[in-house]
Design a protein around this ligand. Structure first.
Ligand code: PLP
Length: 324
């Protein structure tokens, strides 16, 4: 894709790239043994969540060139993915059909109100129908009802998402021993793994939901055969599942306090669903001398801060939103 088309699209949407890469001054035990940097994808855009843009960029670029009749995608009532996509479709004047798990018509979330305001067509479906969202027959049925549409899977995690995520690595101004990022539906980690191909950097994912083997499966499905890893291996990439706090969007007062303290110390905001668990895990690993002496670590801040608004009680967000 020509660079000018990319920059025309990012300009139209107000996307600011490359994102900043900053050294973090932390006051954690044993932090003198390593250096920690942060890639600020939370600053890419005030509305579009950082990693959601990375995952959507390639698909949206081709859609901007030859617009489909509709874009169809899926998510829960708090989906960062649908929120990012809804905003982009609005700006690009591509009609969006959002298939929502559950009927929120009587208790709209801030995210759903935004989708409505941006002109999306919202379809409420029950759990049983939603469970068919990857089945060919259901997708055919959707395409029949909305001819010439483009379907983007839940969370925007599909093979096409990887190049956009890999561009994070291309932007880096120096090399790192480890790149660390949260994992939910796996597209972000898979893109980072693709990005560090032929580089010495390792990729470490922090699972934000339960199911260690399940998360490996999610990431592996996007990777070529030689890139796949099994949970037991000491390999180029790994997932740590020690910091999910009991499941997707589950939290504790300690985690919430940690996020607040981190913001006070660094002036960088975290939320407890993704980035809070990432940095909590990173602190724990550093304190326990997990990384070799002298390691240079890059933490990817994936954004998602608009999800903090409206004081949504996190426990009402269900595990399926992990795919968002
Ligand atoms: C969706 C999301 C993630 C998870 O990314 P996956 O590609 O689904 O693993 C991480 N951080 C934020 C802020 C997100 O919105």
């Amino acid at each position: 894709m020509p660079a000018t088309m990319t920059s025309r699209l990012t300009e139209k949407l107000g996307i600011q790239l490359p994102s900043a890469e900053q050294k973090l001054i932390l006051n954690w035990k044993n932090d003198h043994a390593v250096s920690v940097w942060i890639k600020r994808d939370d600053l890419i855009h005030p509305i579009i969540s950082g990693n959601k843009w990375r995952k959507l960029s390639k698909t949206l670029l081709s859609s901007a060139q030859s617009p489909p009749a509709n874009i169809i995608s899926f998510g829960g009532g708090h989906s960062n993915h649908l929120h990012a996509l809804g905003f982009c479709c609005h700006k690009l004047e591509i009609p969006l059909v959002a298939i929502i798990r559950g009927d929120y018509s009587q208790h709209m979330t801030p995210m759903l109100n935004d989708l409505k305001r941006w002109g999306a067509t919202i379809e409420w479906v029950n759990k049983v129908t939603y469970a068919q969202r990857t089945e060919a027959s259901y997708l055919e049925h959707l395409k029949g009802r909305h001819p010439n549409s483009l379907i983007i899977p839940e969370g925007g995690s599909h093979f096409e998402a990887l190049d956009g995520v890999a561009s994070i690595v291309t932007e880096l101004t120096q090399e790192y021993d480890v790149i660390i990022a949260p994992v939910a539906s796996g597209g972000t980690l898979a893109g980072l793994i693709q990005g560090v191909q032929n580089k010495p950097s390792k990729v470490l994912g922090i699972g934000v939901l339960k199911g260690h083997d399940y998360l490996y499966q999610l990431v592996n499905q996007f990777l070529p055969k030689q890139g796949k890893q099994q949970p037991s291996e000491q390999a180029a990439w790994q997932i740590n599942s020690d910091f999910h706090f009991g499941g997707y969007a589950k939290t504790t007062p300690e985690l919430v306090t940690f996020c607040e303290q981190f913001e006070q110390d660094t002036h960088i905001a975290l939320e407890p669903i993704y980035s809070g668990k990432l940095f909590w895990g990173l602190r724990h690993l550093i304190e326990n001398n997990h990384f070799p002496q002298g390691s240079k670590i890059l933490a990817l801040h994936t954004g998602g801060l608009q999800g903090k608004r409206g004081q949504q009680p996190a426990k009402t967000i269900r595990k399926q939103d992990a795919m968002d």
